[in-house]
Design a protein around this ligand. Structure first.
Ligand SMILES: Nc1ncnc2c1ncn2[C@@H]1O[C@H](COP(=O)(O)OP(=O)(O)O)[C@@H](O)[C@H]1O
Ligand SMILES: [Mg+2]
Length: 229
């Protein structure tokens, strides 16, 4: 469902005609429902790579194919549609709206465009998912009333509300304590299996890497298989 072919990304910088070459030659192929962990030192380009996969940024060279369609050939409207309908994002910081309830936060992505889930079903799906992650009793709470781990679970549910086919998580446990991290890790693995959502996670969590199994390391602009996990 997702294929990157020799993707490269460099950032122009003043006074340096070469620019900063962050990604050099990245090739990845993922089928629907597969999962991949990406590790790598800070500044190695992990977020840059996820942003390119998530259509938030464009590569300087190479191709990104989503269901065989080259993203470079799509206009902004079509990209926005893929981003909203087919891709879910979880970031290190949850970016929940403080003045809205848990349930309202989860429903935000359903307010734009026509999703895969009908308006009628969507409320039920939100409640079901929140119950599944143990937040059934917190539907009407505000994010400020939840723990860090609970907020991140809300963010995961929000990312999945439109039934995306691809879930991108950028250091989703980066700001959590050990117990909450384990909890989020288990949730991501469980959802990958039960929802058959393709999953790419950037993480430093060895537990998550272990559970997902397929681990690649980004360094010096290249992605390599990491053995021993
Ligand atoms: N918009 C940008 N303009 C210029 N340089 C950037 C931009 N975004 C990221 N970079 C640089 O690209 C490199 C990789 O960043 P990033 O993808 O955030 O790394 P990671 O997520 O692995 O820590 C860093 O050196 C960063 O400073
Ligand atoms: Mg990053």
């Amino acid at each position: 469902m997702l294929e990157l072919v020799s993707v490269a990304k460099s950032y122009e910088s003043l006074g340096d005609r070469e620019g900063l070459s962050v990604l050099k030659d990245i090739t990845i192929k993922l089928e629907q429902g597969q999962a991949l962990v990406i590790v790598g030192p800070s500044g190695s380009g992990k977020s840059t790579l996820l942003n390119i996969v998530g259509t938030l940024d464009r590569p300087s060279a190479g191709r990104v194919l989503f269901d065989g369609r080259d993203l470079a050939e799509l206009d902004d409207m079509e990209l926005a549609r893929i981003r909203n309908r087919d891709i879910g994002f979880v970031f290190q910081l949850h970016h929940l709206l403080g003045q809205c309830t848990v349930l309202e936060n989860v429903l935000v992505p359903t307010l734009v465009g026509k999703g895969r889930v009908s308006k009628k079903e969507v409320h039920q799906r939100a409640v079901d998912l929140l119950e599944r992650v143990g937040l059934g009793g917190h539907l009407l709470h505000r994010p400020g009333e939840l723990s860090g781990g609970e907020r991140q679970r809300v963010a995961v549910v929000r990312a999945l509300i439109n039934k995306p086919r691809l879930l991108l998580a950028d250091e989703p446990t980066g700001s959590l304590d050990e117990d909450s991290s384990r909890n989020i890790a288990e949730l991501l693995v469980e959802l990958n299996r039960s929802e058959q959502v393709t999953l790419i996670v950037v993480t430093h969590s060895p537990g998550l890497a272990e559970r997902i199994g397929r681990v690649m390391e980004l360094s010096n602009g290249l992605l390599k298989n990491r053995s021993g996990t």
